[in-house]
Design a protein around this ligand. Structure first.
Ligand SMILES: Cc1cc2nc3c(=O)[nH]c(=O)nc-3n(C[C@H](O)[C@H](O)[C@H](O)COP(=O)(O)O)c2cc1C
Length: 192
């Protein structure tokens, strides 16, 4: 059904996430990252609040990122073992590009927080689509680091929250499809 690979519908129908640990070079250049973010920022947003931000973590900051999450982790779990610390280091260094997506709600606004956070999730999804349309794969991870206040404080300030760490690059091997929801279970026709 979606054979024309240049068609927007094919792009939407074939996008899937890449596992960040399997994403390799080439990654997006700086201007490509900016173009992806410009696309992601075209997201429905009740009240024109732009309640989200994108923080690019450049190559020369990956060591610092690893240090930040490791310090935060050790503060919470001083008994952490070698394997846990290695996994944090791997997390911080995987994939050629990293964008930390933040929800930046305006508490003073009459727009409900829920709607502002929905918009942040939608912007993150748009970022994944933009990466795919530009020929890359992206993976949206949360995990322990995204719920740590200390890690959040390294990128923003309360009430901001980390929506996710979006890793972008080229899949080292062909991405396999994964099971998709049974449409019969998620679509219904309302009948009063
Ligand atoms: C908010 C959010 C957080 C996620 N966090 C993780 C995570 O920490 N670890 C993980 O393995 N997958 C996580 N995932 C799932 C991956 O992004 C997964 O690869 C994706 O759902 C695959 O589906 P897709 O191919 O349709 O994109 C998360 C997904 C979302 C929406």
């Amino acid at each position: 059904m979606f054979n024309d690979t240049s068609s927007p519908l094919t792009l939407l129908a074939t996008r899937r996430s890449g596992k960040p640990r399997d994403l390799v070079a080439p990654g997006p250049a700086a201007d490509q990252l900016e173009a992806m973010i410009a696309i992601a920022a075209r997201t429905p947003d009740h009240g024109k609040l732009a309640p989200w931000r994108f923080v690019i973590v450049p190559d020369d900051q990956r060591d610092r990122f690893a240090e930040t999450i490791t310090t935060a982790y050790l503060a919470e779990r001083p008994e952490a073992g070698r394997l846990e610390l290695e996994s944090l280091d791997q997390f911080a260094h995987q994939a050629p590009a990293l964008i930390v997506m933040l929800s930046s709600p305006r508490p003073e606004s009459h727009i409900p927080l829920w709607e502002q956070e929905l918009s942040a999730g939608a912007a993150c999804m748009n970022l994944l689509h933009a990466a795919h349309a530009m020929g890359f794969a992206a993976g949206w991870l949360t995990g322990w680091a995204s719920y740590s206040d200390a890690v959040r404080d390294a990128f923003g300030a309360a009430p901001e929250r980390i929506v996710g760490f979006v890793f972008i690059g080229t899949p080292a091997k062909q991405l396999e499809e994964r099971p998709r929801p049974d449409l019969g279970k998620i679509i219904s026709i309302w009948n009063g």
